[in-house]
Design a protein around this ligand. Structure first.
Ligand SMILES: [Zn+2]
Length: 393
């Protein structure tokens, strides 16, 4: 595994709370004034994993135009501004997230409706496999060697009643990509926050009994503010998942506050929190995350686009890291948001003054946080160390 630096934990008292910090780990990257700027080409060259990206958020504009043409479906607006949802989908008045810009002008709920429209364009196994393969290729182009991709079948309207066929078609695309040496991808099957307890437990039981190829985890996503607190509703499904050997990653602390993160940990056996940034509002929770090492899968541009934070200066990423919380940096929905992983890492590096050592540590953290099989994870840690050596870190 090479000379990977292990975090050295230390504790200090802040505001009456004992805070555990891990000064040498990635997320513990403090602002480094004057650190040499790392360009995106170098970031692409660092082997890494991505753990918070939705397949529903990877349809490029050209994919949508071609799929709509194949299916004879009209576009909901002019092709050139298709990702500007504010022009096509009326804002939902129940959406309490502040409007951002571009794709977020309609807020999170309008964004989720857009995902429904575009996923409805995938109607054949060939289309699903091709989409999966193209995603793996794009991940590889960013230097991503392993991905836990979130798939929420409720968005894929053509596959109601035959979700197993959708998963098989996606797995075929991922299999073919792996055979071609592209990014290795496993699936986190995501429940929608508005699904019922019965639906959730039926799905969890089905996943554990049939173990669809490449499905490695159970997840929950969707708008927390519209659905309210749902952790107790989903607790039986996540009991089944844990007992059946499925990993768990939960969206929380984005459109909910810190209480959503506590719920995910206490009721859903969360091993990772997708977003989780609102944990910053609860000192006890921040200390708990630092102590347990439960990672927060942060997506900076998504948070800005959807108005969770108005700017990077007010975003809590750096403060969470300073207080010892393990953090990964991800894209969430790269196509409609208009980002790639190297852009996200570059954005963070520029904002917080990270140099190569911090980005190498971030790469290690991404692999450690991932659900990659042990052998692959070990191989990736070695590849990161080898790349670090070549870069003179
Ligand atoms: Zn997400």
């Amino acid at each position: 595994m090479g000379a990977r630096v292990r975090p050295i934990r230390s504790s200090e008292t802040r505001d009456g709370h004992t805070v555990t910090t891990t000064p040498t780990a990635p997320a513990q990257a403090h602002v480094t004034p004057g650190a040499k700027r790392v360009d995106e080409e170098t970031i692409r060259s660092i082997p890494k994993a991505e753990v918070h990206v939705h397949l529903e958020g990877t349809f490029e504009l050209i994919d949508l135009i071609e799929l709509a043409r194949e299916s004879g479906v009209p576009l909901p607006g002019p092709a050139a501004t298709l990702f500007d949802l504010g022009t096509h989908f009326a804002p939902d008045t129940t959406d309490t997230i502040d409007a951002g810009s571009g794709v977020g002008t309609g807020g999170l709920s309008a964004f989720l409706r857009f995902l429904d429209w575009q996923c409805g364009l995938i109607r054949t196994p060939q289309q699903a496999s091709a989409l999966a393969y193209r995603f793996a290729a794009r991940q590889s182009a960013s230097g991503i060697r392993y991905t836990d991709v979130i798939v929420n079948p409720t968005h894929w309207s053509a596959w109601r009643g035959r979700v197993g066929d959708l998963l098989s078609a996606l797995a075929e695309g991922f299999d073919e990509a792996e055979r071609d040496g592209l990014c290795v991808i496993n699936i986190a099957y995501s429940l929608l926050r508005t699904q019922s307890q019965d639906e959730a437990t039926t799905i969890a039981r089905w996943l554990v009994e049939t173990r669809p190829s490449r499905v490695i985890a159970l997840s929950v996503d969707g708008d927390e503010r519209v659905a309210g607190r749902t952790a107790e509703k989903f607790a039986p499904a996540f009991d089944i998942a844990r007992d059946g050997g499925l990993r768990r990653t939960i969206h929380a602390g984005e459109s909910s506050g810190a209480e959503g993160v506590w719920d995910a940990i206490r009721h859903l056996h969360a091993e990772r929190i997708d977003h989780g940034v609102r944990a910053i509002d609860d000192d006890e929770l921040v200390a708990h995350l630092a102590e347990t090492g439960i990672p927060l899968d942060v997506c900076l541009r998504s948070n800005l686009t959807l108005g969770v934070y108005p700017d990077l200066a007010s975003h809590p990423l750096a403060e969470l890291m300073r207080r010892g919380v393990t953090v990964t940096v991800n894209t969430d929905d790269p196509a409609p948001i208009g980002t790639r992983l190297e852009n996200e890492w570059s954005l963070a590096a520029d904002a917080y003054g990270w140099g190569l050592p911090q980005l190498i540590a971030l790469a290690h953290a991404s692999v450690t946080a991932s659900f990659a099989p042990d052998a692959l994870a070990a191989e990736l840690h070695e590849a990161i160390d080898a790349r670090a050596l070549a870069l003179g870190v």
